[in-house]
Design a protein around this ligand. Sequence first.
Ligand SMILES: Nc1ncnc2c1ncn2[C@@H]1O[C@H](COP(=O)(O)OP(=O)(O)O)[C@@H](O)[C@H]1O
Ligand SMILES: [Mg+2]
Length: 339
Amino acid sequence: MAPAVLIQNLQKRYGPVEAVKDVSLTVEPGQIFGLLGPNGAGKTTTLRCLCTLTKPDLGIVEVAGVSAIKNPKKARQLLGYVAQEVALDKVLTGRELLQLQAALYHLPRAVAAERIKATLALLDLDNYADQKTGTYSGGLRKRLDLAAGLLHQPVVLVLDEPTVGLDIESRRVIWDFLRQLRDSGTTVLMTSHYLEEIDALADRVAIIDQGKVIAEGTPSELKDQVGGDRITLRIREFAPLDEAEKAKAMIQALPFVQDVLINPDQGNSLNLVVVPQSEALSTIQQALKEVGLPTFGIAQARPSLDDVYLAATGRTLLDADVAASGKRDPKAERKQNMR
Ligand SMILES: Nc1ncnc2c1ncn2[C@@H]1O[C@H](COP(=O)(O)OP(=O)(O)O)[C@@H](O)[C@H]1O
Ligand SMILES: [Mg+2]
């Protein structure tokens, strides 16, 4: 069976900006595939190339074996696209908006009525269907966007930052829905710059940075690649440097410890990378006690997708986002998203 989505060596530039330098990814049917990366990484451009909204400069783009470049009409039938921001017509009701969408996809009247009914029920929108969309909350609007994207029963649902700006509760509703959709056989390709969202949802992830895929795999494969668990240790709330150095020397000698760094920004706390093992915390505390040092706080965590990003790029996703937002023009961006 052909992959649900196949993108090979995709390139797209806007004038001097290389929005996508080299992106390849394969999405197998029935997966939630996550494209994770900071603002400006090229996620939206990749999706727009896939959804035939932008013509790539180079590369292969296929949906279920159909070329989106040579056969865009057929590819569009196989895809549902939910853009990051949709300029919903606020005076229409949810139902009217779906009727419009059904007409755009040339669904016969009887089929449209049936699908609209089923889709409204699926997204728990029955009670809001006859209200004007201008009255909708962010979470409701997003659910209506999803309903519109699903009306023609696409093989692949493509979502650009589906929960950006939503509160935790609305995000969870969307997450549950996307899992349900995947379990019923629809392939989902989504972007996010929230690593916890991709971690929670995606069966496979491609991390994208500056127009290139820098890591690809299941979330746990990627985390395993960056090595051991992380331990954060404080011997005091604000430890003197000589005490921190003493602790560091002690801890470094333990066989399961791979790396120790003193963090002066956090009161000389210690950041450790260790080979995962159950006794790590108590062993460290015991070792410190033997040299007369206290433990103010200690915590162990598995590496996160941000550690994967950090290992590949030398900065965290949050830093990259902050850097990107400094040079962004929100007005131009809004215009682009509405196109
Ligand atoms: N229509 C456009 N015209 C000019 N530059 C663009 C356009 N769309 C995107 N870009 C630029 O391409 C780069 C990638 O953007 P985008 O694909 O939107 O990234 P992301 O979705 O990951 O935030 C950014 O530098 C962005 O400013
Ligand atoms: Mg984007």
